[in-house]
Structures are given as structure tokens and as C-alpha cells.
Design a protein around this ligand. Structure first.
Ligand code: 13P
Length: 252
């Protein structure tokens, strides 16, 4: 899977131009699921433009209650209503800037799977945590917290995606080495096996995110446990994202 996370970028017309430019460039790609995580304000447009294609339109966040007095929030039925098929959960920017807790991330993950939205659950350590040898403590804690609420017996491995996004690699150009990406993602898969069984763990897709670019995508995607990428900056131009999708198809 190659996923574009536009973050807080693009007006509706810009989103439309992007999709028009992207689709012909990826129409021959096989074996890679492509997702675009758009802002709420242009999600409906992206979803309707990609409805008859293999591209999944997704949101970058939602709230786990379905309706009610939650000013400013958007629910799973609302996302489904505009045609979304997936949603990012627990991105580090939401955890760090907007105070999302492990518990909220877990509740959102459960709600997404029950609503038929594919959650892309993000985990990852800060530079300080990595430098002090606490990478796995942080990442494993975030993964375990999801399973405080999620019953792996009730969800198929295909219906949940994890993304390992080390915070120090996001938007910095400081991409993880292929070995570090494989190390973390391999350990996440082992932990998923412990929590949900081997069959479940084998089917969950685990993406790498953080400064993925056309020049480094191939070697990261070639790692055995890396099932794709979640891309910010390099997904903002349709040509560059198309290159990543094509590169992933070749590398992975
Ligand atoms: P960059 O690709 O800009 O480093 O962002 C990664 C990310 O946060 C994707 O969710």
C-alpha cells in the first residue's frame, strides 16, 4: 500500500487537479493499494473522483462516537457518507499537537473497523526516545494499547493497517535506514503475532512513514516486513506520488 497523507494542505480545486493528474500515471500499477488521505473539506470530492478506480479515499482523523454534542468533530458514518474507505488514526501530529491519548487511538481503531473503514494506526518514537534506547518501549506500548480495546479475534488482519512513523523522520529529510525500518516493523509484526496470532499478524499490512521520497522508496519497500509507505511531503505533488507508487510496485 502506498498512501498519501496530505495533512492540512490543498483547497478543493487543487485536490481535483491532483487526482486528474495522478490517475493516468498509476493506472497500470498492479499489486499496490493506493490511498489518498485528504482534508475533510475536499474528501468528498476526492472520493467521488476515485469511486470507480482502485484508489481509496480516506480521512486523516475522526471521532469514535457516531453523533452528538462533539463540536468540531466528524464521525465514522459521516466519513462513510462522503465515500471514505479508510482513516488515519493516531498520527503523531494528532498525538503531540492535539493531545490524543493511546486510549482515544484504541477507541478510534475499534470504531473504524466496526464501521468498515480501514484504520491506518500510526505509532513511532521521538528522537529523544530512540537516543535513550527506549524506541521499542514506546512503540510496543502504543501497539499494545490498541489491543486494550481491539479484539484481534473480531477483526481480520486485512482490515487493519499499522504505520511505523518515527517522529524524528517526519518532515525532516532524515529517513530511517532500511535496516531500522525493518527492525521496528519486524518487531511490530512479532508483537501482533503475540497479540492476535500468526495468521492475523501475517495479514496486517505495516507501512513505513517519515521522509519517504522517490530516491529512497525502493530500498525501504524491499525490506521483508515493510508492506508500503505513508507519505507526507512527497505526496503533495501528483507526479512525485505517482513515482512513489510506481517505485513501490517495482521495489516491494
Ligand atoms: P513526511 O513524508 O513529510 O516526512 O511525512 C510523513 C508522515 O507524517 C505521513 O503521515
Amino acid at each position: 500500500m502506498m498512501a498519501a497523507n496530505w495533512k492540512m494542505n490543498k483547497l478543493a480545486d487543487e485536490a481535483e487537479e491532483y487526482v486528474v493528474r495522478l490517475l493516468p500515471q498509476i493506472s497500470n500499477v498492479e499489486g499496490v493499494d493506493v490511498a489518498i488521505f485528504a482534508p475533510f473539506t475536499c474528501l468528498g470530492r476526492v472520493a467521488s473522483m476515485t469511486r470507480d478506480t482502485a484508489v481509496i479515499a480516506g480521512a486523516q482523523n475522526f471521532y469514535y462516537e457516531d453523533s452528538g454534542a462533539f463540536t468540531g468533530e466528524v464521525s465514522a458514518p459521516m466519513l462513510k457518507d462522503v465515500g471514505a474507505g479508510a482513516v488515519i488514526v493516531g498520527h503523531s501530529e494528532r498525538r503531540e499537537i492535539f493531545g490524543e491519548t493511546d486510549e482515544m487511538v484504541a477507541r478510534k481503531t475499534v470504531r473504524a473497523t466496526k464501521a468498515g473503514l480501514l484504520p491506518v494506526v500510526c505509532v513511532g518514537e521521538t528522537k529523544e526516545e530512540r537516543d535513550s534506547g527506549r524506541m521499542w518501549e514506546k512503540v510496543s506500548g502504543q501497539v499494545r494499547a490498541v489491543f486494550e480495546h481491539l479484539d484481534a479475534g473480531e477483526v481480520a488482519g486485512e482490515d487493519i493497517v499499522f504505520a511505523y512513523e518515527p517522529v524524528w523522520a517526519i518532515g525532516t529529510g532524515d529517513v530511517a535506514s532500511p535496516e531500522d525500518a525493518q527492525d521496528a516493523i519486524g518487531r511490530i509484526r512479532d508483537l501482533l503475532g503475540e497479540l492476535g496470532g500468526e495468521n492475523f499478524a501475517g495479514k496486517v499490512r505495516i507501512l513505513y512513514g517519515g521522509s519517504v521520497k522517490p530516491g529512497n522508496v525502493g530500498e525501504i519497500m524491499a525490506q521483508v516486513d515493510v508492506d508500503g509507505g505513508l507519505v507526507g511531503g512527497a505526496s503533495l505533488e501528483a507526479d512525485s506520488f505517482a513515482e512513489l507508487v510506481n517505485g513501490a510496485a517495482e521495489g516491494g
